[in-house]
Design a protein around this ligand. Sequence first.
Ligand code: HGY
Ligand code: MN
Ligand code: MN
Length: 428
Amino acid sequence: MPQPEPTVDFPRLQQDLEALAAIGRHADHGIHRPAFSPAFMDAQRWLQQRIEEAGLSLELDGALNVIGRLAGPPGRPAVVTGSHIDSVPGGGTLDGALGVVAGLEALRRIRELGVSLAHPLEVVAFTDEEGRFGGMFGSQAMAGHLTPETIVNARDLRGITLVDSMQALGFDAMHALRAARSPRTVQSFVELHIEQGPVLDRAGLHVGVVEGIVGLFKWTVRLRGMANHAGTTPMNMRHDAFQGLAELAGELDRILEEHGGDASVATIGRVELRPGAANVVPSQVEFSLEARDIDPDVLTELGLGFRRAMSAIARRRGLMFEFDVLSEIDPVACDPKVLAAIEQSADSLGVKSQRLPSGAAHDAQSMAYLAPVGMIFVPSKDGRSHSPAEWTSWESIEIGANCLLRTLLRLATDSASASTSATESAST
Ligand code: HGY
Ligand code: MN
Ligand code: MN
């Protein structure tokens, strides 16, 4: 009779999630933990303490990724899990945090149960997944995708550089180049994350099995015109930078239709007008433009489509247009073996799961350059995320965490489900 498969210590998981959610929460109930901010560093310190209390070994790599490790046979590649604890401004309590806290709980349980491992296990909190300084700094560092140039050029939307912000904390950003790992040290990577979309919530499912993760490009675009008097300058003599942006925004759907696919999306999420006075024709507009798709060729096409449209608008309106590439992340396919381990784990919990693509970007995309990856989604209420309205039921969180625990065991032991040398009760 096979042993029952283990489960997480759910009250302890809840406590950790609530403790982390209190760090960087503002009066709007949103989480404000941008990478390398004081709130983010408080969360890093909290996590490091919990990792040590769990009896795991602790490492902080050159990109300030926090790594908790449960030793296995020497020289074997590690099964890695994790996500991020930085947030967007006014973000939710679970985006990233769920994957880190559930990963910590999984390693803690496996250690308590005394499971004999064929591979070491690691839980990682990657820095700056949300891209304050571009995008996925920590996991791109671990994947070896950073260069001195990308580090030196990285700056946030207020112009603060990554180098300065890490220096202010006493760290040298260039040490992030040392965070690069050899693919030989990672057997596989599994990330538990909220879906951040409506699919699972609408289907009434607790578990989603991610087949592929979208790629994206993120630009900062500047249109430069000419400041002039808002009252005396005839409309046909203006070089109005804002009108250029307005025309582009009006063309966005056409560009997606002509150059994109069914899953393509594009967003202008931030706009800054200069000089920003009511009675001055805007001389400059700076805005973010990001586009996503699961197919890399479609992304290339979309980039060309946007550049052509902006050149035509600039010519017609006597504007100058330029753009900086802040981030380019390739779409990745998840690994069939890891997907199978996730589906078997969901089956072992007696829950139905559904395969789906991820419209959000994730650290798993960077880790896909080192090893086979997979992602477990739990539903987001009404598909909401990147907002204080972000919410997932505790029932789905417990099922998702148990699915992660059992998936890690499948990948890190030689048997389909870990034989435990301690009974269930031994650990509580
Ligand atoms: O933007 C994203 O897709 C992720 O939440 N960083
Ligand atoms: Mn996330
Ligand atoms: Mn996010």
